[in-house]
Design a protein around this ligand. Sequence first.
Ligand SMILES: *[C@@H]1O[C@H](CO)[C@@H](O)[C@H](O)[C@H]1NC(C)=O
Length: 146
Amino acid sequence: MKSFTLLTLGFGLVSAAAVEPRATPQTVHLTFHGGPAQYTMAFPADGVKRNTNNNIAVNIIDAPDYNALQNCQFYTAGEKTLVGSITSTGLTQILVGPPQPILAVSCQGFCLPNYSSCYDTHGQYVGDCCNGYCAATKCRPWVNPF
Ligand SMILES: *[C@@H]1O[C@H](CO)[C@@H](O)[C@H](O)[C@H]1NC(C)=O
């Protein structure tokens, strides 16, 4: 009985620790490319819709530190298709078709940087990787940087 109580308490502490980083939304960095032109945005993943204030026709969005395809909304005037891509150096990108201005963006949710634990020591899933895949309990970049 006593060991059961301790185990329950232990899990309580683990889940509190896992939730902790989500109290402060992480910062999302995005670079929007339209041919040779580009602009960048850095903002918290707090679900707030932010205008880009830029009307270049965007065809590629770099998302080096956030799983933007799953967790961001990109607002456009026209129909669009967003496709995830990974460069040969492991950079995560979103391809926008047809190219068009992105009017606003909002992102919400928490993701894990490279080499952080996607499973905790109790085998509990912690969260999705920002840029890569979860293997042997760690987030691995798509392409090994070395
Ligand atoms: C993960 O590694 C890739 C490839 O080196 C890099 O482009 C990306 O910025 C890294 N992302 C995070 C969240 O650490």
